[in-house]
Design a protein around this ligand. Structure first.
Ligand code: TRP
Ligand code: ZN
Length: 868
């Protein structure tokens, strides 16, 4: 490597020396030689007459200042520096780029037959030299010229101003976006599509055209995205009072995309996975995923676009807040409890694991080498939990007051996380000084609770101790302000009103000290506490519950989340016990009382089926691994497998009855039907481990009239290694091999196949006509699923899993570093495993680190993991 990449620090923020008020862009699109002309109006904002522009992989053709060739400039690998500039000037830069050769999918690239862009975070600098930073906001006018037959649709941000024909079969379209924006929100698309058109009338009566562009032939898969978009627009008006601000909203679905979707102003670009769905091709999970991502990108229009980020360290300002908004959207439209459960599983699983990894960082990072490495579970999901805690502390009304204040104060500008917290503080009058630590402190706090009941004084004491272990990035931790939601129950299920010193207290306690004692009076008997209700803070909880107390809460807790959580704690207790049993060569058993608690849930007809399905779902291998400093991969897998077998065997009659009872004749996609399918398919996932398994799974596959049921049958066959697995897999591939997006489901089952020879199969599958190492979705489905969801085989003692990961990463380091950098995470966690495995994993990391063309993305992660 030539030079070591340089880190940037949050503390070093400096306002830009210049700003750009307007930019006019001209694109002359050609596969290999696209010419980009950028005409910017530049204003000096400081003492400096020198302007440093960002640029990467550009061929510079010419530079003019006020129309005159400018020679006083210097160029480096990543910048263009202009000297001796006037105070106010028009800068004209012509660059040439090669979209066809762009496999990194950043900047301007080709996805299938279409041109498209991805500029967040720092992709615009691959299009032209520019002040590629989010605090430079300009008005964009964009003219696109391209071949008319190949690219009948030429799209960019804002409104269409004009269009025209040229000789030699080319045409042009000119767009203008009236809202100033940073470069990362710029977008361009050129291609041939089918278009689904609709419109939305805003609260104030403006008509907005809605257009969804999909590959030809896919129109019958765009309806759910359109419905979700209209629901998003309505919801943001009703819940947040926020209306859309352009006359047109476009969404383009592309097959080659590094992430989920991108909120470019007025022109969202989506991974086709989050647009395309019909009952034959998409599962219920896909439908819900589309609803949430369409919502997420739409909600960015206010939280991200109208108010953007001052610098990339502030990413959680828009992402944490927008995730919070999309979670609320899904919860208002569907089941709040089920949504909360899914979100909490992500925090307790992969987000806690990230906190414990070499990549640990606060939701507002302090040091970054490659920004793409910080689109993380911490910034997004924990960021959303931090917003949720504010919401819990303030309540909906004051939270909305704070939102109004934040938006009106910062509309049209680039803001910071501090600006947001300040608006919330001012709106509510609540002191958030200590709360601000959530933005700067990384790691997972642990709450240790103990309780004491004094019958004589009818008083109940909760002692709360908080600690946060040091993380890779921060040795010292301080106590945080933790909203701690509790309820106390009497044996008969009634709730004890919370009183301290004779006065009523709120059920959300403010924990602020390292150790804090809460004394509640007028408690008539020793109560059963429901702790950290709604997962009121992203922390680990330790409290010595008895089995009886947990079984009680599973039935009597007033809120569904608390019941689910009690069930999870009961399972967790026995999973831990039996991981040890396995290590000591003892057998695995579950007490009858535990089995009966789950039987009770299964037979309780008053519960929503979707909720019952969640109650019956065991924590996965990754989540359980997160409980340990030294992970015993095989023991955990054995325990989880045995629990499934034990529960399936003990509850076979109940599971079977419910499975048959929930069969639906007609397919529909409403929440009730989704919930019933979820429970029925959860039953199937257990029944697969019983004698009936093979017959039921095979029959369900044959009879399925929707992808949810098809996939449930295949997943059950895969997990339980049923004899019919091969037949079903062959049948599916014969039916869908022409469709990469559908085949992703099949690839993921190949990747997570627990069979011993899975690696051979994966290597063979890489030759499948639907597979391509150029397409991130295919890579993630087949290879990503092997690395993260097939722990036993990935961590095979032979080291073949690690070696395979190494090979793939070396290839992707060159072709698509952003995808490489996401895939490497499991290898970075080598310290969690035994010496033998550690050595093998490190060997692969060392080999990668020695690559002479190592990308910044991998460099940053490798140095963090290896230099500790
Ligand atoms: N802002 C996008 C979102 O939250 C994230 C995103 C999409 C992204 N594509 C990207 C981030 C590419 C970095 C690189 O929806
Ligand atoms: Zn986002």
């Amino acid at each position: 490597m030539a030079t070591s990449p340089q880190a940037k620090y949050r503390k070093d923020y400096q306002a830009p020396t210049h700003t750009i008020s307007d930019i006019e862009l001209f694109f002359d699109l050609h596969d290999n030689q696209t010419l980009v002309t950028a005409v910017s109006h530049v204003h000096q904002q400081s003492e400096s007459t020198t302007l440093v522009l960002d640029g990467e992989g550009l061929t510079l053709q010419s530079v003019k200042v006020n129309g005159v060739d400018w020679v006083d400039y210097t160029q480096s690998e990543s910048s263009l520096t202009l000297h001796q500039l006037p105070e106010l000037f028009t800068l004209t830069i012509i660059t040439q780029i090669d979209p066809q050769a762009n496999t990194a999918l950043e900047g301007l690239y080709k996805s299938g037959g279409a041109f498209c862009t991805q500029c967040e975070a720092e992709g615009f600098r691959r299009i032209t030299y520019y002040l590629d930073r989010p605090d430079v906001l300009a008005k964009y006018t964009t003219t696109i010229t391209a071949d008319k037959t190949l690219y009948p649709f030429l799209l960019s941000n804002g409104n269409k101003l004009a269009e025209g024909e040229l000789e030699n079969g080319r045409h042009w379209v000119k767009w203008q976006d009236p809202h100033p924006k940073p470069a990362y929100l710029f977008a361009l698309v050129a291609g041939d599509f089918d278009v689904l058109r609709d419109h939305f009338v805003t609260g104030s009566g403006r008509k907005v055209d809605l257009e969804i562009f999909v590959d030809k032939g896919n129109l019958d898969r765009a309806n759910h995205a359109m419905v979700s978009l209209k629901n998003s627009m309505r919801w943001d008006e009703q819940r947040f009072g926020l209306e859309y601000d352009l006359d047109i909203y476009m969404i383009v679905a592309v097959d080659f995309f590094n992430m989920g979707a991108m909120e470019n102003k007025g022109l969202n670009i989506f991974n086709s996975k989050f647009v395309l769905a019909n009952e034959k091709t998409a599962t219920d999970m896909d439908y819900l995923g589309i609803e949430s991502v369409i919502g997420h990108e739409y909600f960015h229009n206010w939280t991200g676009n109208r108010v953007t980020c001052r610098d990339w360290f502030q990413l959680s300002l828009k992402e944490g807040l927008t995730v919070f908004r999309d979670q609320e959207f899904s919860s208002d439209l569907g089941s709040r409890a089920v949504n909360r459960i899914h979100n909490v599983r992500i925090i307790r699983g992969p987000q806690f694991a990230e906190d414990a990894s070499p990549m640990s960082h606060p939701i507002r990072p302090d040091k970054v080498i490659e920004m793409n490495n910080f689109y993380t579970l911490t910034v997004y999901e924990k960021g959303s939990e931090v917003i949720r805690m504010l919401h819990t502390l303030l309540g909906e009304q004051d939270f909305q007051k704070g939102m109004k204040r934040y938006i009106s104060r910062h509309d049209g500008t680039a803001a910071t996380c501090e600006d947001f917290v300040l608006a919330m503080e001012e709106a509510s009058g609540i002191d958030l000084q200590q709360f601000r630590l959530w933005y700067s402190q990384s790691g997972t706090p642990l709450l240790k609770i103990s309780s004491d009941y004094q019958a004589s004084s009818e008083s109940y004491t909760l002692t709360v101790e908080q600690t946060t272990e040091p993380t890779a990035d921060q040795p010292d931790k301080q106590p945080l302000h933790i909203p701690f939601d509790i309820e106390l129950y009497q044996q008969d299920g009634t709730i004890v009103p919370l009183q301290c010193n004779g006065e009523a207290v709120h059920h959300v306690l403010s924990v602020t000290q390292p150790k804090q004692i809460f004394v509640f009076d007028n408690v008539p008997e020793r109560p059963i506490p429901s702790l950290l209700r709604e997962f009121s803070a992203p922390v680990k909880l330790e409290y010595d519950y008895t089995d009886q107390e947990l079984s009680f809460l599973m039935v009597h807790a007033t809120n569904e989340f608390a019941r689910w959580d009690a069930g999870q704690m009961l399972l967790a207790k026995y999973i831990r016990i039996h991981v040890e049993s396995v290590q000591q060569g003892k057998s695995i058993e579950l007490p009858d009382a535990v089995i009966d608690a789950f039987r009770g849930i299964l037979l309780n007809e008053t519960l929503e089926p979707a909720f019952v399905a969640e109650m019956l779902t065991l924590p996965n291998h990754n989540e359980v691994s997160g409980w340990y400093k030294q992970v015993d991969v095989d023991a955990i897998a054995q325990v989880l497998h045995q629990f499934k077998v034990i529960l399936a065997t003990a509850l076979v009659d109940e599971l079977s009855v419910i499975y048959h009872l929930l069969k639906q004749e007609e397919y529909s996609i409403d929440h009730k039907a989704i919930g019933q399918r979820a429970l029925r398919n959860t039953c199937l996932s257990y029944l697969a481990y019983t004698e009936q398994g093979e017959g039921l799974v095979y029959r369900q596959y044959r009879q399925a009239n929707n992808m949810t049921d098809t996939m449930a049958a295949m997943s059950a066959a895969n997990a339980a290694q049923l004899p019919c697995r091969e037949t079903l897999m062959d049948d599916f591939s014969a039916q869908w091999q022409h469709d990469g997006l559908v085949m992703d489901k099949w690839f993921a089952l190949q990747g997570t196949n627990p069979a011993e020879d899975v690696l051979l199969v994966i290597k063979r599958t890489m030759q499948h006509p639907a597979f391509s190492m150029k397409n991130p979705n295919r890579i993630r489905s087949l290879i990503g699923s092997f690395l993260t969801m097939n722990p036993v085989r990935f961590h095979a003692k032979t080291g073949e899993g690690y070696q395979f990961a190494g090979e793939i990463l070396r290839e992707l380091n060159t072709s698509n570093p952003q995808v490489a950098s996401r895939l490497i995470d499991p290898l970075l966690k080598f310290r969690l495993y035994d010496q033998h495995r550690q050595t093998l994993m490190k060997k692969e990391l060392d080999a990668l680190k020695n690559l002479d063309n190592l990308a910044n993305d991998l460099f940053e992660k490798l140095t963090k993991a290896l230099d500790q």
